[in-house]
Every structure is written in structure tokens, then in C-alpha cells.
Design a protein. Structure first.
Length: 86
């Protein structure tokens, strides 16, 4: 019984580390995407209309969070990382 609990704990830790690595990789990719393609337009918006910049920044944060959650959720389901038993 203790062996089963240890295996379950190890699997949960492994799954957690895989999820953290996936989040990290996706965040780094998003950072470089945003820096390359959104940096200059956001800079122009910031310089011309601060309220619009705040709105667009908030929208980008929410969209990024939703997309990141969907992608990692898909990866967890695809690799069956949510299962902790046998």
C-alpha cells in the first residue's frame, strides 16, 4: 500500500514538473512572439493613448492566459498526465 502511495506521489510530482516545463516553454515562446510582433505597435499605442494601451494590455494578458491554459490542458490530456493511478 505504501509503495502504491509513493508511486502515486512520484507520478504527481513528475506530472507537475512536466506541466511547469510546458508552461515555461510556452511562456518563453509567447514572450519572443510578443516582443517581435507586438512590441512596436504597443509602444506606439502607449505613446499616443494610454487608456487604449491599458485596455490592449489587459486583453493580451487575458487571451494569453486562456490560450496557455488550453494548450497545456490539451497536452495534459494528450499525454494522460492527469492520471495518478497505475
Amino acid at each position: 500500500m505504501e509503495s502504491k502511495q509513493k508511486n502515486s506521489a512520484r507520478r504527481m510530482i513528475r506530472n507537475f514538473l512536466i506541466e511547469v516545463a510546458a508552461y515555461g516553454a510556452l511562456l518563453v515562446a509567447y514572450f519572443f512572439f510578443a516582443l517581435r510582433y507586438l512590441g512596436e505597435p504597443l509602444q506606439r499605442i502607449y505613446e499616443t493613448d494610454l487608456k487604449s494601451y491599458a485596455l490592449w494590455g489587459t486583453i493580451l494578458i487575458v487571451v494569453q492566459a486562456v490560450v496557455l491554459d488550453q494548450v497545456v490542458g490539451f497536452l495534459v490530456d494528450f499525454f494522460k498526465l492527469h492520471q495518478t493511478d497505475g
